[in-house]
Write a protein that binds this ligand. Structure first.
Ligand SMILES: *Cc1c(COP(=O)(O)O)cnc(C)c1O
Length: 221
């Protein structure tokens, strides 16, 4: 574990935003980090996020970072600050619908498959381009696409991690110039976790999602 302030000190000159990943951690421990000034927290499961939102201070910005099922969108739509794990057109349409019901615009990141190993969730480049070109996509007015998110392979091989993160940065640049020109809010590249955030920052990350380094190892996932 590293003190929050030390992590923030390291991140400050890089202008990277920290999402403190509090999944599996109790309210008291999250409050401790909150009291040290952290306001952005990440959770990966809706059933865990909702009660934490209810019990913790309302100025916390909650990022959903795990796979979201369509039927769960309605539970987070009233309050979630950002959904980083949008991995299908179907779920994006549901987010738009629920955001409209709540009279909100929800910030979203497109989760991309970047790992060289087989990964379960995320868009391929082809899928994301098909979506961005679809007329149906342009009809969504209650979501705002703020960038991309990716999870690197869990590996000791730093060169592989570096390649994967570079791939996400290149894809971001391509999408920005091809589909989001002049759209200031398309600016985030969420990549990097406890074990690889330094490599992510070196490759242009704007958001790092750090859990165990701040809260300690998780016993259950
Ligand atoms: C758990 C998780 C993290 C944080 O992982 P650590 O290795 O504990 O820093 C980051 N991103 C996602 C999507 C996660 O599920």
């Amino acid at each position: 574990m590293i003190p929050l302030q030390d992590i923030l000190k390291e991140l400050r000159p890089t202008r990277t935003q920290l999402v403190a990943v509090s999944k599996t951690k109790p309210i008291e421990q999250i409050l401790e980090i909150y009291q040290q000034g952290q306001r952005v927290f990440g959770e990966n499961i809706v059933q865990e996020l909702v009660p934490k939102y209810e019990q913790l201070p309302k100025d916390i910005q909650w990022h959903l970072i795990g796979h979201l099922q369509t039927n769960k969108v309605k539970f987070v739509a009233p309050f979630v600050a950002m959904i980083e794990s949008v991995d299908s057109f179907k779920v994006l349409k549901e987010i738009d619908k629920q955001a409209a019901k709540n009279d909100r615009v929800i910030d979203c990141l497109l989760e991309m498959k970047i790992a060289e190993e087989e990964s379960k969730y995320g868009f391929t480049r082809q899928e994301v381009e098909d979506m961005l070109r679809a007329p149906e996509f342009s009809a969504l007015h209650h979501i705002r696409i703020c960038g991309v998110m990716g999870i690197g392979t869990f590996t000791e091989d730093e060169d592989q991690t570096r390649r994967e993160f570079r791939g996400l940065k290149d894809l971001f640049d391509y999408l920005q110039r091809t589909y989001f020109t002049g759209q200031q809010h398309f600016r985030e590249i969420s990549m990097g976790m406890s074990d690889d955030y330094r490599i992510a920052i070196e490759q242009g990350s704007t958001i790092v999602r750090i859990g165990s380094l701040i809260f300690g190892e998780r016993i259950l996932m």
